[in-house]
Design a protein around this ligand. Structure first.
Ligand code: SF4
Ligand code: SF4
Length: 329
């Protein structure tokens, strides 16, 4: 796949908007930087990490899940445990598994993993390391259907993922238990389209026994996956915006994480280019450390005045830089 070409198509549309701004030198490009270079780099990182973390090729041929030593460690993205090639566990799947089975020692590891990763990087894994994020981005680049920036009721829809995190990942697996006191991984079982795509479908294709056993639940999961796929062609990252409990968990750390964005208020001309480039439709110039931000860097590349920067810093450690007002420190 030619990621350079994909990024180029996107950059052209951004340059159209940039032409109005003389500070871009008339060609809409940030001086000294090839447009879309960060986007290309990110697409390669996403693709390589997806291939690497799902590198157990024999699993796809045999229709069996890898059960080696690395499987007890979590990958940072929503990478289904049941994907035949998966070398690591999914943090959300692992969290439900331990909550429903009450292995509290291991759940400390999962909570710790989410807190450490979130405190350091916020939602960076969504933008750079999540295989299902990559799938949605590639779907949105297909030249099919009229593209939309947001849905009606966007503000309320975005809150749904916090409800899903609380109800389907934390509460139901702990509360609804069988006679042996064991619960179910509700999110994986009834919602996760990443699991259907990366785990359910490959396993059914390679394993005739499982194919024969697939019933109404698999039909429901396939319907959810199809709905997310169709919506992803129309809208950037709908699953990340409205549904993903992992994105919701990491997003809680964005306002306080060490990796943070800042906007130099003296350089910002409130042109809105950052918001137009943003797949999550964030007003970066007002809230550079929004809980929705997946740290993709599209806004940094799009800003015609280089007003947006990213660095590792403690929240509130630096309110001013060279005497200039800074938003987001
Ligand atoms: S931060 Fe956003 S609004 Fe401000 S100059 Fe850059 S692109 Fe324009
Ligand atoms: S605010 Fe910037 S880094 Fe965050 S999602 Fe939007 S474009 Fe990507």
């Amino acid at each position: 796949m030619d990621f350079g070409k994909i990024a180029g198509m996107e950059s052209e549309s951004r340059q159209e908007g940039n032409r109005k701004f003389p500070c871009t030198g008339g060609n809409g490009r940030r001086p000294g930087k090839r447009p879309g270079s960060l986007l290309v780099c990110r697409l390669w990182v996403q693709a390589l990490w997806t291939a690497l973390s799902n590198g157990y090729a024999a699993g796809f041929l045999k229709g069996r899940i890898y059960m080696g030593a690395t499987k007890s460690a979590c990958a940072p993205g929503l990478n289904c445990y049941s994907c035949p090639g998966a070398l690591f566990a999914c943090p959300i799947g692992a969290l439900q598994a331990v909550i429903s089975s009450r292995q509290f020692t291991f759940s400390c590891y999962i909570f710790g993993f989410l807190m450490v990763f979130g405190s350091l990087f916020g939602r960076l894994a969504c933008g750079w390391l999540c295989p299902f994020g990559l799938v949605q981005e590639l779907l949105y680049k297909l030249p099919l259907m009229k593209k939309k920036r947001r849905l009606p009721g966007e503000r309320y829809l975005r809150r749904a993922k916090y409800g899903i995190l609380a109800v389907f990942v934390l509460i139901l697996p702990a509360v609804v238990v069988n006679v042996a006191g064991i619960g179910s991984p509700w999110f994986c079982k009834y919602i996760c389209p990443s699991g259907t795509l990366m785990g359910g479908i490959p396993l059914l294709l390679a394993n005739p026994g499982l194919r024969a056993a697939a019933g109404i639940l698999f039909s429901w999961k396939a319907f959810v996956l199809i709905a997310v796929v169709v919506l992803s062609v129309r809208l950037p990252r709908p699953f990340c915006r409205y549904v993903c409990p992992l994105g919701a968990a990491y997003g809680l750390f964005n306002p306080v994480s060490m990796f943070r964005f800042r906007v130099d208020a003296d350089k910002c001309i409130s042109c809105g280019q950052c918001r137009r480039a943003c797949p999550m439709d964030i007003k970066v110039f007002e809230n550079p450390n929004s809980m929705e931000c997946i740290r993709c860097g599209a806004c940094i590349e799009a800003c015609p005045t280089k007003a947006i920067g990213a660095s590792f810093i403690m929240a509130g450690a630096c309110k001013k830089k060279n005497g200039a007002a800074v938003r987001g420190s």
